[in-house]
Design a protein around this ligand. Structure first.
Ligand code: 13P
Length: 315
């Protein structure tokens, strides 16, 4: 799969490490790999540029809801745009959230979507069974692991409730955090990993997605905290690279510690989407400039993660 996503790239004949290898390297080095969401196709090029200009290795990601509810069009359209602008020295293509049950409680043909992503050359995929019971989540995730591993592609699963994508009101953040409601349980994480063979596990430890509902999607995100003691327990039990969703706007002091406690991939969407949406009605190039500036700021100031391409060995 390493080179198929890069077909058409001038460097497609160069052997490059797979995403599975790179996330493992990041995990062992205590370094994080950012995954930037692309809810609108013109956001892809400036995002790749921000990674390249800062010497950072990252993933270019799209979630199902971004082609259903935003302007990503389709997973194939994002793959096509990626073929034009992706850079194997700094980027790989990732399929984010394909839910089994979506945020509107509708059943999704998740296996078909993931088959399409494999055919389109995605380097890694996520299946999100977090709205299911543990047993059902294990069953659906294992089905995707078998499918994707047969194609040499790593799989991310999710356990616990990362809130924010629902259309209804969510409880006040401080209440949610204090209660620990929906946090990933360490024993369940161990059972989930053993039962699925999943490569990476997305966890809920106080992280929250930026809102996507029409009424709230432009609002500033809450500055989330992270339950680091819970993260440590999950990491010890799961023993695989962990993923943090809702990566925009998390309080900085938690992040560096989380990267040492097993978080090897962090998803960032709202931080680049909102600047793009604010400006795109006036000028596409200004909106793209804003994506570039926001991505650089996230890498330098929020995640403190620039220069990782050299550490991970992609350049
Ligand atoms: P934010 O939009 O909160 O950065 O979260 C992105 C995300 O987790 C996508 O999966």
């Amino acid at each position: 799969m390493t080179t198929s996503a890069l077909a058409g790239s001038p460097r497609s004949s160069v052997a490059v490490p797979t995403t599975a290898v790179l996330i493992q390297r990041a995990w062992r080095a205590g370094v994080v790999v950012p995954a930037f969401n692309i809810p609108y196709l013109p956001m892809l090029e400036p995002t790749v540029r921000a990674l390249r200009d800062t010497g950072t290795f990252g993933l270019i990601a799209v979630a199902r809801l971004e082609w259903m509810k935003f302007g990503a069009q389709s997973l194939e359209a994002v793959a096509e745009e990626y073929r034009r602008h992706g850079d194997p020295r700094y980027t790989r293509l990732h399929l984010d959230h394909v839910p089994v049950i979506d945020e509107d409680q509708q059943a999704v043909d998740y296996a078909d979507t993931i088959r399409r992503a494999l055919a389109a050359g995605y380097d890694s995929v996520m299946v999100d069974g977090s709205r299911l019971s543990l047993a059902e989540n294990i069953r659906c995730t294992r089905e995707i692991v078998e499918l994707a591993h047969a194609a040499g592609v790593p799989v991310e699963g999710e356990l616990g409730a990362v809130m924010g994508h629902e259309s209804g009101p969510t409880p006040p953040y401080d209440e949610l955090f204090a209660s620990g409601k929906g946090f990933t349980d360490a024993d369940e994480a161990a059972r989930f990993v053993a039962g699925t063979g999943v490569d990476w596990l997305s966890v809920a430890i106080g992280n929250i997605h930026g809102a996507i509902a029409q009424a709230t999607k432009n609002q500033p995100k809450v500055a989330a905290r992270l339950a680091l003691d819970q993260l440590e327990r999950i990491h010890a039990a799961a023993a695989v690279p962990l993923v943090l969703h809702g990566g925009s706007g998390i309080q900085r002091e938690y992040l560096q510690l989380a990267f040492k406690l097993g978080i090897a991939k962090i998803n960032v969407g709202t931080a680049t989407r909102q600047p793009f949406e604010r400006l795109v009605g006036q000028s596409l190039s200004q909106a793209q400039d804003a994506v570039y500036a926001a991505a650089v700021a996230v890498l330098r100031e929020e995640l403190g993660v620039t220069g990782t391409a050299a550490i991970l060995g992609t350049i």
